[in-house]
Design a protein around this ligand. Structure first.
Ligand SMILES: [Zn+2]
Length: 490
C-alpha cells in the first residue's frame, strides 16, 4: 500500500493500525484514535488552536489562523487535529485511492472516486478535485506512432551458475538480462520519464456504426516530459532445462498474497523473494506508482510445452492423459498445479499484467506451415489459454519471426496465416525490431516491434560496437561487468 507522502509518521501508524484491524472494528478503533488524538493534542500544545468542538461540527485553524470546518455527519467521529492530521477518517481512504489513481495518470478515475466520497463537500475533497482537473487540462497528447517496446527473458539470479563457458551458458549470456541490469534499466527509464502502458492502451477493437469491429488508435494523454513505453517478458515458463542453473524456479504467492518467485541456490537452499522481473517490477511500482499508466505493467508471454510459471501443467506431463510424453517426469499433482496457476494468473491480472501467447512449442510462425501453426495454436489454447483469466488476444512471435514482412497483414495473404490467427482471436502481434519504435495500425490488428535489452544488445552498446540504446538508457551504468565478455551471438 502506498502512503500519502505529506501525512506525518504518527498519522501513518494510525492509518496502518486502522487498516490492520479491519473495518468491522471501526467503533473500537475510534476509541484508540481519540486517545491518540488527545495525546497528540496535549503534546502539540501551542501549535494547536482548537476553536470549537460542537456536536455536529469541529473547528481547527489552518496555517493562517482561519477556522477549518469539517462537514459533520457523526459528531463523535470528528476530531480536530493539527493541520496535517486533520483529515477526517472516512475520507482518508478515498483521498489515498484518488491520489494513487492520479499518480498513475487516471485523472478521470481519481475525480470519480472523489465524487463518491462520503463527505463530498469536505474542503479536502473539493480541493483535490480542483487539483486533478487542472492537471488533466494540461496533459499533452503523446505521439502514438513512437511508442517503444522493450522485452526481457527470465532474469539471471546467479551469473556464475547461469553464464558458464558452455554453449548453453554463452547462449544465455546473449539473450538474458541479469537482475542488477534490470533494476538499473527500470530506474533509468523511470528517471527519464518513461511510463509503462499496455498494448490495449495504444489501440483497441471498437464497434462501428454498422456493427462491425475495427482496431482504433487511442490517444494517451500524459503530463509534459512523460513518455509511454511497453514492456514484455518472454518464456515465463521456468523451463525444465533451466532448473538449478541460477534462475528462479517458479512464481508463487507469499503469505501476504504478493507475487514472488521461488529460488533454489547452489547449496539447495530454497527461498521466496524477488528473483525475477515480476516481483522486482511490482516492488518498483509500489515505490514509484507513476512509472505505471493506470496500474498497467508488463506483458507476460507464455509457451506451453513445459507448463507455465514454473508448474508442469501441460498435458504432456499428465500421466493420465493420452498426450503424456514419456520423456517428461509425470506430474502427479497436475490438478492442484492447474488450480495454483489459475490463482496466479488472476493475481497477475489484478497486479496489472497482461498475457500473450508465445506459441505452445516455441515455433517459428515464419517458417512453419499453416497446418503446423494451427496444431500448435490448438495445443496452446487448450493447455495455456484456458489457464488465463480472459481470452488472450496477443501473440508474441517466438524468435521474433513474424508471419509477414513490413507490409500490412491482408486477408488471403501470408499463406492464410493471418486469417487463421485472426479467427482464433489474436489482434496484437509483436515481432522483434531493433529500431526505437515500429508500429503498424491495421483495421483489425496492431503490430509492434520490440527491442531486446539482453546481454548481446547491452554489450554491443557497452563495447561501443553500435548504439541502439542511448535513447532509453545509459548502458555504461547498466551493463553487468560480472558477465563473461565478449558477449557474442551464440
Ligand atoms: Zn521465446
Amino acid at each position: 500500500m502506498m502512503e500519502q507522502k505529506d501525512v506525518r509518521e504518527e498519522n501513518k501508524s494510525i492509518n496502518n493500525h486502522y487498516k490492520s484491524r479491519g473495518r468491522k472494528k471501526k467503533g473500537f478503533n475510534f476509541y484508540i484514535l481519540a486517545v491518540i488524538v488527545l495525546l497528540g493534542l496535549i503534546l502539540a500544545g501551542g501549535r494547536f488552536a482548537l476553536m470549537y468542538f460542537g456536536n455536529k461540527t469541529a473547528y481547527a485553524t489552518d496555517k493562517d489562523g482561519n477556522p477549518i470546518k469539517f462537514g459533520g455527519k457523526s459528531s463523535d467521529k470528528e476530531s480536530a487535529v493539527e493541520e496535517t492530521d486533520n483529515i477526517p477518517e472516512e475520507i482518508k481512504e478515498t483521498l489515498d485511492t484518488a491520489k494513487k489513481q492520479a499518480m498513475q495518470y487516471d485523472y478521470d478515475a481519481a475525480i470519480a472516486t472523489l465524487n463518491e466520497a462520503s463527505i463530498p463537500d469536505s474542503p479536502y475533497i473539493v480541493s483535490a478535485i480542483k487539483e486533478y482537473e487542472e492537471i488533466k487540462a494540461n496533459l499533452i497528447p503523446v505521439n502514438m506512432d513512437d511508442i517503444t517496446h522493450v522485452f526481457f527473458h527470465t532474469l539471471v539470479v546467479d551469473v556464475k551458475r547461469a553464464l558458464t563457458d558452455t554453449h548453453q551458458g554463452r547462449q544465455w549470456n546473449s539473450v538474458m538480462t541479469t537482475i542488477p541490469e534490470f533494476k538499473e534499466i527500470i530506474k533509468q527509464l523511470y528517471e527519464r520519464g518513461y511510463v509503462m502502458v499496455h498494448l490495449h492502451d495504444i489501440a483497441g477493437m471498437e464497434e462501428q456504426d454498422d456493427g462491425s469491429f475495427k482496431m482504433v488508435k487511442k490517444q494517451i494523454m500524459l503530463p509534459e516530459g512523460k513518455i509511454p513505453f511497453v514492456m514484455s517478458q518472454d518464456d515465463v515458463n521456468y523451463y525444465v532445462y533451466m532448473e538449478n542453473h541460477g534462475f528462479a524456479d517458479r512464481i508463487v504467492l507469499d503469505e501476504n498474497g504478493k507475487l514472488k518467485t521461488r529460488y533454489t541456490d547452489a547449496q539447495g537452499n530454497v527461498s521466496v523473494g524477488n528473483y525475477d522481473l515480476i516481483p522486482i517490477l511490482d516492488e518498483f511500482v509500489e515505490e514509484h506508482p507513476d512509472f505505471s499508466y493506470h496500474g498497467h505493467k508488463a506483458i507476460i508471454a507464455l509457451t506451453g510445452y513445459d507448463g507455465v510459471l514454473g508448474y508442469r501443467t501441460d498435458e504432456t506431463f499428465d500421466p493420465n492423459s493420452p498426450a503424456f510424453d514419456s520423456k517428461n517426469a509425470p506430474n502427479h499433482n497436475i490438478e492442484e498445479d492447474i488450480e495454483r496457476v489459475r490463482t496466479l494468473t488472476s493475481a497477475l491480472k489484478q497486479a496489472g499484467y497482461e498475457f500473450a501467447s508465445h506459441s505452445w512449442g516455441h515455433i517459428s510462425f515464419k517458417s512453419r506451415s499453416l497446418e503446423d501453426i494451427q496444431r500448435d495454436t490448438d495445443k496452446w489454447i487448450r493447455n495455456v489459454g484456458h489457464l488465463l483469466p480472459e481470452p488472450c488476444d496477443t501473440l508474441i512471435y517466438p524468435f521474433g519471426a513474424d508471419i509477414g514482412d513490413w507490409n500490412p497483414y491482408q486477408a488471403g495473404h501470408q499463406e492464410g496465416k493471418f486469417d487463421y490467427l485472426e479467427s482464433v482471436g489474436f489482434r496484437y502481434f509483436c515481432n522483434v525490431d531493433s529500431k526505437r519504435a515500429w508500429m503498424q495500425y491495421g483495421d483489425n490488428y496492431l503490430r509492434q516491434g520490440r527491442r531486446n535489452l539482453d546481454g548481446y544488445r547491452l554489450f554491443e552498446s557497452y563495447s561501443e560496437r553500435a548504439d541502439r540504446l542511448s535513447d532509453i538508457i545509459d548502458v555504461k551504468k547498466v551493463f553487468d561487468t560480472d558477465r563473461p565478455t565478449p558477449v557474442d551471438w551464440e
